[in-house]
Ligand binder design. Structure first.
Ligand code: ATP
Length: 207
């Protein structure tokens, strides 16, 4: 069965924390491909002030260096509030038989119960909760969806319906810190790929 992951975010801008985590997920989940899906209009936070075309261009450049990462603009094309359930439905329609793995951070999982149609996700996809080294592991087995819990990643061979958690290496970068450093005229060093740094410089973003 083909194994495909979905890693959503605002990607304002995409950074090496996203990319290292994405590559670790590809390896740990044995994914054929990981779709990196930038949201158009986030439902649980303010909309990014950076124009969509810049977020998308930077994500495309970053993913082009990694064959397993696929920049996917379906939420940008769809417009309106970026409900994840709509994104998962559209991926399920595109890949009716694949094992789909929706990735979410441990922070996001804590609020998952308030998501639009939260109870419907496991009918479409598997859910992988990522926590960073150094953070306490989320107790997904004790959550409202605990009956779907499967502890061993390698044994998840179902197309949908499983919930698991995985620890990825700690990478302290965040888009907020990058935007703030640039606004203060600082140097973001190796927090983003060189191509993304060049794009930011060329378009004078986050100044
Ligand atoms: P912001 O600082 O604007 O909130 P962010 O850096 O958290 O942005 P997002 O695009 O909002 O980035 O995050 C997309 C996904 O990437 C989320 O699931 C988030 O938990 C995860 N993520 C963000 N930064 C890291 C990092 N340094 N290491 C691992 N995962 C990360």
């Amino acid at each position: 069965m083909q194994r495909i992951g979905v890693f959503g975010g605002t990607y304002d801008p995409v950074h090496n924390g996203h990319l290292h985590t994405a590559m670790a997920l590809v390896e740990r989940l044995d994914l054929a491909r990981l779709h990196m899906v930038p949201c158009f209009q986030p439902v649980h936070r303010d909309s990014p002030s950076t124009p969509t075309e810049h977020r998308w261009a930077m994500l495309q450049q970053a993913c082009s260096a990694h064959p397993a990462l696929h920049a996917d603009n379906r939420e940008l094309r769809r417009g309106g509030p970026s409900y994840s359930i709509d994104t998962m439905q559209s991926l399920r329609d595109e890949y009716p038989d694949a094992a789909l793995f929706m990735v979410m951070g441990a922070d996001a999982f804590r609020h998952f119960g308030s998501w639009h149609r939260a109870d419907d996700f496991l009918q479409l996809v598997n859910i992988v909760v990522v926590h960073r080294g150094g953070e306490p592991a989320p107790d997904v087995a004790a959550s409202a969806w605990g009956s779907a819990y499967q502890p061993l990643l390698g044994e998840i061979v179902c197309s949908r319906g499983a919930l698991t958690s995985v620890q990825c290496p700690l990478w302290t970068t965040s888009s907020t810190a990058i935007r703030q450093t640039l606004a203060e005229g600082g140097d973001i060093g190796s927090d983003v790929p060189a191509a993304v740094a060049q794009y930011i410089e060329l378009h004078q973003l986050y100044r």
